[in-house]
Design a protein around this ligand. Structure first.
Ligand SMILES: [Zn+2]
Ligand SMILES: [Zn+2]
Length: 411
């Protein structure tokens, strides 16, 4: 037992050491992605940079443009275990898309760095000691583009990109270190009102006012909000509101986001919102078109075993986890993946009090002082992976947590 613990510690030390050893390369990787921000689906520079990062080391098998133009996959192994034993494939995800106008204000360049660093860490740990692994272990890094729009991971999942993975790790920059935050389910709705144009002063009675429909819908939703559960969210904009004050608008468009803590409640909120949109059409005599142009993001499924392991490893590295983490009502396409493969998506502090999606956060995500926190997070993820690949009981527990959480949150 003692010997086993020593071996585990040795592997964790090797993971940390390797991440430390690569810290300059890792910072240059994330700084390079940060300094050339690319929007969702257009991340060609980040893609090429990550592909060449892994290709430098010939022990990685790298596939560029993996199932999506700006996605990639890098795999290493398998090593260890019994010959012919079934392989345990451990996945690390990188994101690298930026936001319009404000660059890497969500710090996805650091997500790419954490994914790459944690994979290097686990590789070093396994290279050091794999003779007694219970099963052969393989490492797979997947570059998942377009998180801020489109839902790249959902597209990749539909294309089978995660079907051979058994565990998935990634981490996202935020304001605090949090091992588990559920995030919330999200769907986007687009509403178009079609009315009839007329001279707004000379013959207003000839018109059917699509702007009135949009305004009524906006107000209907504002009234509805009072009767929603406190964690439910609906928020939106009038994307198109007419062309000129003296023409009664014959076309308007609204874009709204609908969010609930559990994906299974989203259809209830959708039903209520749709009633608001349709009521505005009836009141004004407009025709309404309601569509859901994006893929639905699920909430993140909890995995207590992985979260606890991550906390323990993080604490050993000096990470402080607040007793009562602040509530965060964002959404991520990782949610969908968490329903398919057991995994974790902790949040990490990057040495700023600024909030994501602000210019201050963009600055912080590129700053050198974020590096200590970023690499510490990568180390904790790699160490957590070491725990699970070395201990079959923990792996069974992770799988049981996954099964139960899925059962409780059946969509
Ligand atoms: Zn974001
Ligand atoms: Zn983000």
């Amino acid at each position: 037992m003692r010997e086993q613990m020593d071996k585990l510690q040795q592997m964790k030390d090797a993971a940390q050491l390797s991440i430390e050893r690569h810290k300059d390369d890792l910072y240059s990787l994330s700084r390079d992605i940060w300094s050339r921000p690319e929007l969702a689906g257009e991340e060609t520079h980040a893609h090429d940079r990550l592909v060449s990062f892994f290709s430098q080391d010939k022990t990685w098998t790298v596939e560029s443009h993996f199932k999506m133009h700006t996605a990639f996959r890098a795999s290493w192994g398998p090593v260890g275990g019994r010959a012919g034993g079934s392989v345990l494939n451990v996945g690390f995800l990188c994101e690298y898309d930026a936001l319009p106008g404000i660059g890497h204000a969500c710090g996805h360049n650091l997500i790419a760095e954490v994914g790459a660093a944690a994979a290097l860490g686990l590789k070093a740990a396994l290279s050091e000691n794999h003779t007694e692994l219970p099963a052969p272990v393989k490492i797979t890094v997947i570059g998942t583009p377009a998180e801020e729009a489109i839902g790249g991971k959902i597209l990749l999942q539909k294309a089978g990109a995660f079907s051979d993975l058994h565990l998935i790790f990634m981490a996202h920059p935020a304001q605090q270190d949090i091992s588990f935050q559920p995030c919330i389910a999200l769907d986007e709705v687009s509403v178009k009102y079609h009315g009839k144009a007329a001279h707004a002063s000379a013959y207003p009675w000839e018109g059917v006012n699509a702007l009135d429909a949009a305004v009524l819908a906006y107000n209907n939703l504002s009234a509805l909000r009072q009767q929603l559960k406190p964690e439910w969210r609906l928020h939106g904009i009038i994307k198109h509101g007419g062309v000129k004050p003296n023409i009664i608008p014959d076309f308007t468009e609204l874009q709204f986001y609908l969010r609930t803590p559990f994906a299974k409640d989203l259809c209830v909120l959708k039903g209520k919102a749709e009633a608001c949109f349709r009521a505005a059409a009836v009141a004004t005599g407009c025709k309404v078109e309601i569509t859901y142009p994006a893929l639905e993001y699920h909430n993140i499924l909890p995995n207590a075993t992985l979260a606890n392991l991550y906390e323990n490893n993080g604490k050993a590295l000096g990470i402080q986890f607040p007793e009562q983490p602040a509530n965060f009502s964002g959404s991520t396409d990782f949610g969908n993946i968490s329903f398919v493969v057991p995994g974790i998506h902790p949040f990490f502090y990057i040495c700023t009090d600024a909030f994501n999606h602000t210019e201050e956060y963009t600055e912080a995500a590129g700053a050198e002082k974020a590096q200590l926190f970023t690499l510490r997070t990568a180390k904790a993820l790699a160490m957590t992976a070491v725990d699970v690949v070395c201990c079959p009981d923990l792996l069974s527990q992770v799988r049981e947590d996954f099964r139960l959480a899925k059962l409780q949150q059946e969509i």
